[in-house]
Ligand binder design. Structure first.
Ligand code: F6R
Length: 609
């Protein structure tokens, strides 16, 4: 969502903040700003639009302090404008605050502060924090932030500086991610490790209701009551270059191409021999617990939800455990029934998505055992789960999730195959074939990437289509939904992912020459039915791009164009087929000149409900 960076040290604070924010721009990008402390006052610069505008403004009016905070915004309360952008200031300009999250009781707090004579300039929820901190500030910034936090309801990660205190910054967290970077003679605040990995590989991960006083020569952690907190530094396991484009035009393209390597890393230490059992120690579940499972509930948002849908299918098919998959934002509304021995599987790339975190807490409270399938190590979802299986994808920066999706499915497939093995629910020879298929995935993914130009040629033919329909069935219904999501979010082409079987119950009315249909028709349980559905579309003059296994002779006769995928067992085909669909969406968006890594209105990590 919004990105926060703070710096205190020997360097120019704005240089460090901007370099850090550059890495966070994918979180939100409708405005940006910095505030630096020095000479008894704060200097502030804010711009509407992308970070480059802030860089230009700082070139024109440099700010020299070595202590400051910065922010990129993704609007929640109030439209993108200079007044609504962060940092927000107290009326006397003494306190500046950057914030990620949502203050739920801001309207009441604003009315109370107004009644006390405070003047509000913006429409944001954040502004109340600056005024509250000022109200409680009597020379001890940490005490004022601590006191103000008691009045706040909702989620926040905060960076706070005071004009008369150029030697410290204060950071605080409740529900929104926050880390403190550890340097030598310098220290950092950030909402994401990726922002400061270029400066340090050591961080303190801050927990809910904790805060930090950050000085040049030291960091003091405490809870919100002021009790000291001891924490071991976490060493960021990936190199600084992992957060750079490495010669690719976009992060999305880089991340699509990282899939073979990421799949190898995901399999490493878990599956190496098709005849041997899968090892998933961090799952933290005994054989008896796995045998006793009565129900599995997957929950997630967006792309991760689609991975959960595939997961539901795999669990029922392989492990024979009744499974559901819920949109995290909807889960609480239906007050789900949690039976004894229910397992919740939470799927999230960032591990910080607010809706998903709320759903996790709901399921946990109702008695479910919770395991998560997460990318970002030590993220909130990972920490609140009873067990966690990391997908090992490395940093994903492109807003449209690509490698995390295929790795989420692969990780869930490992869990499902493990459960099937422990429960004896799938014949051993089928499990061996499945493990073989999983082991071959890195190679298959590379073959698909080598065919990028073929998919690009299909993109060139259809990139001006106003509408698209993605059809699939069975395990690949979710693939169709994910293909459509990729296309709509980065190219702004209206696209729907639909069950091919449901077509005739309504959507078929949309079929006409300007609606392109992508039909996933790989050999397997639903192949014949998919051919029937393609014929229904062709009969109504709709152009069809078929997705078929190599060597298929029927699909080229039925479809206008074919995207070829190497043959593999149907159960792992959602992983392989996702790759050309990512490439198709990528090239269509690129041909349309879209901002692929930062699509309009989107944020990489949605830390508000
Ligand atoms: C789409 C996309 C989003 C995320 C969703 C959940 O390409 O990236 O739909 O999948 O916001 O995010 P995580 O996985 O971080 O919980």
């Amino acid at each position: 969502m919004c990105g926060i960076v703070g710096y205190i040290g020997q360097k120019k604070a704005t240089d460090v903040c901007v370099a850090g924010l550059k890495r966070l721009e994918y979180r939100g990008y409708d405005s940006a700003g910095v505030a630096v402390a020095g000479d008894g006052k704060l200097d502030v610069l804010k711009v509407v639009g992308k970070l480059d505008r802030l860089i230009d403004a700082l070139d024109e009016s440099p700010l020299d302090s070595t202590c400051g905070i910065g922010h990129t915004r993704w609007a929640t309360h109030g439209k993108p404008s200079k007044t609504n952008s962060h940092p927000h200031l107290s009326n006397d300009g003494l306190i500046a605050v950057v914030h990620n999250g949502i203050i739920e009781n801001y309207a009441r707090l604003r009315d109370e502060l107004k009644a006390e004579g405070v003047e509000f300039l913006s429409e944001t929820d954040t502004e109340v924090i600056a005024h509250l901190v000022r109200k409680y500030y009597e020379g001890d910034l940490a005490a004022a932030v601590q006191r103000a936090s008691q009045d706040l309801e909702g989620a926040f990660a905060l960076g706070v500086v005071a004009g008369d205190q150029p030697d410290l910054m204060v950071a605080a967290r409740r529900f929104s991610p926050l880390v403190i970077g550890i340097g030598e003679g310098e220290n950092f605040i950030a909402s994401d490790m990726g922002a400061i990995r270029q400066f340090t590989d050591k961080v303190y991960v801050i927990d809910d209701d904790e805060m930090a006083v950050v000085k040049r020569d030291g960091i003091t952690l405490s809870d919100m009551d002021g009790n000291p907190v001891e924490r071991e530094a976490y060493v960021i396991p990936w190199p600084a270059e992992a957060a750079q484009k490495g010669g690719h035009k976009h992060f999305m393209h880089k991340e699509i191409h990282e899939q073979p390597r990421a799949m190898r890393e995901c399999l490493l230490g878990r599956l190496s021999d098709p005849n041997a059992s899968i090892t998933l120690e961090s799952l933290n579940m005994t054989a008896d617990e796995i045998k006793g499972l009565r129900k599995i509930v997957f929950t997630a948002c967006g792309t991760a939800y689609h991975a959960g849908l595939v997961g539901r299918f795999l669990m029922e098919k392989l492990a024979r455990i009744p499974s559901e998959c819920d949109l995290a934002a909807e889960l609480r509304a239906r007050n789900p029934v949690v039976l004894d021995n229910t397992l919740a599987i939470i799927v999230s790339q960032s591990g910080e998505t607010a809706d998903t975190l709320v759903a996790l807490r709901e399921l946990k409270e109702k008695g479910a055992k919770v395991i998560s399938v997460v990318n970002v190590v030590d993220s909130s979802i990972a920490r609140e789960s009873d067990g966690v299986v990391y997908i090992q994808a490395g940093p994903e920066i492109g807003v449209a999730s690509t490698k995390a999706y295929t790795l989420q499915i692969l990780t869930i497939a490992l869990i499902a195959a493990h459960f099937a093995d422990v429960r004896g629910a799938t014949p051993e020879e089928d499990l061996v074939a499945l493990r073989e298929a999983m082991l071959s995935l890195p190679e298959l993914a590379q073959t698909l990437l080598d065919r990028e130009d073929d998919v690009k040629a299909v993109a060139a033919k259809y990139f001006e289509s106003p509408n698209a329909l993605y059809l699939g069935r069975g395990v690949n219904l979710a693939t169709a939904m994910e293909g459509a999501l990729k296309l709509k979010e980065i190219s702004y082409i209206h696209a729907e992912g639909y069950s091919a079987g449901e077509m005739k119950h309504g959507p078929i009315a949309l079929v006409e020459p300007s609606l392109v249909t992508v039909a996933i028709a790989v050999k397997g349980d639903v192949y014949e039915k998919m051919i029937g559905n393609i014929q229904e579309i062709k009969a109504r003059s709709g152009p069809v791009i078929g997705v078929a296994f190599d060597g298929d002779t029927e699909i080229p006769r039925q479809a206008d164009d074919v995207i070829w995928v190497p043959e593999c067992p149907e159960l792992v085909s959602p992983i392989t087929i996702a790759i050309p669909l990512q490439i198709l969406a990528y090239h269509i968006a690129d041909m349309k000149g879209c901002h692929i890594d930062q699509p309009r209105n989107l944020a990489k990590t949605v830390t508000v409900e």
